[in-house]
Design a protein around this ligand. Structure first.
Ligand code: AMP
Length: 466
């Protein structure tokens, strides 16, 4: 059986891994370590939960340690780009843990936190800089960081970066790092735009793939409950009251307002819960996450994007209060309960107008989600009812907007580059960060999907369905 030692990991890191309780490399670590050690560029098709952070962090730490030198003032030797604050913070923590006996320096910069403190951290130069693209470009613009000494560049969750509108920022960053460098590129999926992006960053890369997006689903037990929108909250309370196995649950809603509303009602029903989404400031997000990690809150209610990169052990249940309209998101969500090979249960609430989403998910995961019946369930729909198709077109009818009857219908799509008014004149990275914090509704191409809220500058208007 291959061990970390067989993969050439140094003694100082082996000691740290021992302290972390890692006894054996995961498949992606076995594949990636030898490639990264050779200095080759790499495309890794892998999602969070597979151990991909260590797959790039361990060989990077060893390489930096084997050739110790000062990065230079306001510079870094390794740059890791991540789409969200949480993921960036988590990657930074991983570098610090794995490298705790090496004495290398790590800094993490992301939006929503003090520029001043980040500038101080960058001033003397660092070995490893983990950054979200927008904030990194803010630092570049203010000359608090220079990228010309980057030896190794990592792009993590590239598909998610694209979803969040970071494409222009990434292209700009590509012009600021040296041509002669090693690049490691990770993505859970590889649709055409991601492959194109990879082509711009990588030189003659080696490719590895582990746990294709559909197979995470195999480790997680799944169930769907067909229920009316109006009864979803009661259903949630019912599950929490009657199922003691729900020890620590992540509840996903599609929108930020939805998350807040669910938390409010949970709390008034005596279920302590925390919310985490883009409208919360960094302090609130950290506090919510800590309360959940320490077990002070049994429930964390989150939107998709805020939950990316959250690495909490022993999440017993993922509850999809709303089904995501992008099927890959479902797999990401349920993967939060199957960390590092553990199992878990994912329960999805499916309203009649979300059945087409369910069908998409089942097509992606190549498995039917078993139906769970409760007192609040609707009659189990037939196969036709799950994905109604307009006659003659062969195409599935668009799912109607979720929401109580009587509200305005029709979801409209606006491409991110269609931004109107002031928003359109902002630098692209400012727009992307702004967009990320504004809402999590995007279609599979990364276009923003608005309900009836209109163009971005009118965002303060209450969305019709929150
Ligand atoms: P990641 O995919 O990097 O987000 O890692 C998912 C989880 O797996 C994290 O909690 C890691 O600490 C954990 N992990 C990574 N590698 C190993 C390993 N070789 N053995 C046990 N746990 C691991």
């Amino acid at each position: 059986m291959t061990t970390f030692k067989d993969l050439g990991v140094s003694d100082a890191i082996l000691k740290a891994l021992d302290a972390e309780g890692y006894t054996q490399p995961t498949p992606i670590q076995m594949k990636a370590l030898p490639i990264v050690r050779k200095g080759r560029d790499l495309i890794g098709l892998a999602q969070t939960g597979t151990g991909k952070t260590a797959a790039f962090a361990l060989p990077i730490l060893d390489r930096l340690n084997a050739n110790r030198k000062h990065a230079g003032e306001k510079s870094c030797r390794t740059l890791v780009l991540a789409p969200t604050r949480e993921l960036a913070a988590q990657i930074g923590d991983s570098f610090r843990s794995y490298g705790r006996f090496l004495g290398l320096s790590t800094a993490v910069v992301f939006g929503g936190a003090s520029m001043f403190k980040q500038k101080q951290a960058l001033f003397r130069g660092v070995d490893i800089l983990v950054a979200t693209p927008g904030r990194l470009l803010d630092h570049v613009a203010q000359r608090s960081v220079r990228l010309e000494n980057v030896e190794i560049l990592v792009l993590d969750e590239a598909d998610h970066m694209l979803d969040m509108g970071f494409i222009h920022d990434l292209k700009r960053i590509a012009t600021l790092v040296p041509k002669h460098r090693q690049t490691l590129f990770f993505s859970a999926t590889m649709p055409e735009p991601i492959a194109e992006l990879a082509g711009q960053f990588l030189t003659n890369p080696e490719r590895i793939a582990v746990t294709p997006v559909s197979s995470t689903a195999e480790r997680v037990q799944q169930a769907v409950i067909h229920v009316d929108h109006a009864k979803k909250q009661d259903l949630l309370h019912h599950l929490l009251d009657t199922d003691p196995a729900i020890v620590r649950a992540l509840v996903f809603t599609r929108t930020k307002h939805g998350a807040d509303r669910v938390v409010k009602k949970l709390e008034s029903a005596g279920h302590p819960a925390e919310a985490i989404h883009g409208n919360k400031n960094q302090g609130q997000r950290t506090r919510a996450l800590d309360a959940f990690k320490k077990g002070n809150a049994r429930l964390l209610v989150a939107t998709e994007i805020a939950a990316r990169g959250i690495d909490v052990d022993n999440v017993s249940h993922v509850i999809n209060f709303d089904l995501p309209n992008v099927p890959e998101q479902y797999v990401h969500r349920i993967g939060r309960t199957a960390r590092a090979g553990q199992g878990g249960l994912a329960i999805s609430f499916c309203a009649p107008d979300e059945r087409a989403y369910l069908k998409d998910i089942e097509r992606l995961t190549k498995q039917a989600v078993p139906v769970m019946e409760t007192d609040l369930s609707l009659r189990t729909p037939s196969a036709e009812e799950r994905a109604p198709r307009p006659k003659g077109t062969g195409k599935r009818a668009p799912a109607k907007r979720a929401g109580p009857p009587g509200r305005k219908p029709a979801a409209q799509k606006h491409h991110a580059s269609d931004a109107h008014g002031k928003a359109a004149r902002k630098p692209s990275h400012a727009r992307a960060e702004q967009g990320r914090d504004r809402g999590d509704r995007r279609d599979r191409k990364g276009n923003e999907v608005w309900s009836n809220a209109g163009p971005p500058r009118r965002l303060k208007r209450k969305p019709s369905r929150a």
